[in-house]
Ligand binder design. Structure first.
Ligand SMILES: Cc1cc2nc3c(=O)[nH]c(=O)nc-3n(C[C@H](O)[C@H](O)[C@H](O)COP(=O)(O)OP(=O)(O)OC[C@H]3O[C@@H](n4cnc5c(N)ncnc54)[C@H](O)[C@@H]3O)c2cc1C
Length: 291
């Protein structure tokens, strides 16, 4: 199919883009990489009268360290997120997750802002944003506000974004140097959306026990889920295979995924158990565990 007719706008500045969105309101949609909106237009699931192309707003394509907070511009492509040395050093969980999105061509076009706004329940970047406690920065002609990622993503493909707003940046707390992290997913074919994904970070105290753990799961409900009960249970435990197996079983028991004929709930639970244990042991190794 072909899209319904629309008027195409190519603003040269953020200000101009915001003016267009304020003028056309619900009749307009911004487009960045077009990797999600393009198919939706073609299938006529989206029929905006005005398309506001953000691709010339290069001031929204950046990575900045503002003292413990890594701010990444909304137009930053997945490939840059996956490969920028400073993201690999300061946000290794995000870099590892971004490298698994779709295929190379998709990563060259798709953007951080577009992925968060599209809010697919299986998408990597909303999961990492929720797991790390990131803030989403939104701007309209009226001003700027920021929203915690876990409040921004409200339901399947539903986010806290007004018609006249764009995502200008996402602010991630920098991972600590002694923090191990790992991202893992399972999909039926390489490059497909994940059925289940796991994002995990952990730190050890001087005695070698876990003093902090973050565990986020994707593909198990309408939005990415932090497993705070499992996180608490981990505190004080040794980062060994026994703990990995116990926490993974607890994570699988904590979820209530949809029971779908092609992906039964029990299958997702098994995937969560396997992937959580695997990510835990990899993160532990990266946090300095040698055995
Ligand atoms: C074959 C294929 C495989 C894929 N596999 C994966 C995968 O494994 N994992 C994954 O996470 N994604 C996957 N994707 C989706 C891809 O990552 C998209 O890039 C991403 O979901 C949306 O980013 P985008 O920049 O292309 O957004 P667009 O498609 O341009 O826009 C998506 C939505 O966001 C809005 N929008 C875009 N930018 C902004 C902004 N700055 N502010 C406000 N609203 C904005 C648009 O209006 C639209 O509603 C895949 C896509 C394809 C085609």
């Amino acid at each position: 199919m072909k899209p319904a007719p629309f008027t195409y706008h190519r603003p040269a500045s953020v200000r101009e883009a915001l003016e267009l969105l304020a003028r056309y309101g619900a009749d307009a949609k911004p487009v960045s990489g077009g990797q999600s909106l393009g198919p939706m237009l073609n299938m006529r699931l989206a029929r905006p009268a005005h398309l506001v192309d953000l691709n010339d707003l290069l001031e929204l394509d950046y990575v900045r360290n503002t003292g413990g907070v890594i701010e990444i511009g909304g137009l930053t492509r997945h490939h840059r997120v996956a490969s920028a040395p400073e993201i690999g050093r300061d946000l290794p969980l995000l870099a590892e997750a971004a490298a698994t999105i779709g295929h190379y061509a998709i990563r060259q076009r798709g953007t951080l802002g577009g992925s968060l706004v599209h809010a697919d329940p299986a998408a990597q970047l909303p999961l990492v944003a929720v797991t790390l406690g990131a803030e989403v920065v939104l701007r309209s002609a009226k001003g700027e506000r920021s929203v915690p990622a876990d409040e921004f993503v409200q339901s399947i493909m539903t986010v806290d974004l007004a018609d006249d707003e764009i995502v200008t940046a996402v602010r991630f707390p920098q991972q600590l140097a002694d923090e191990g992290s790992a991202f893992d997913l399972f999909s039926r074919r390489h490059g497909d959306f994940a059925i289940v994904s796991v994002a995990l970070t952990l730190r050890l105290d001087p005695a070698g026990a876990i003093c902090a753990l973050r565990l986020g799961l994707g593909g198990v409900g309408p939005v990415p889920q932090r497993q705070t009960g499992v996180e608490q249970e981990a505190i004080g435990c040794l980062p060994d295979a026994e703990t990995a197996a116990r926490l993974a079983r607890a994570a699988a028991a904590a979820i209530t995924p949809e029971d779908h004929p092609q992906v039964p709930a029990a299958y997702r639970r098994e995937l969560v158990e396997t992937l959580t244990a695997r990510a835990f042991l990899r993160a532990a190794k990266r946090a300095g565990v040698t055995a």
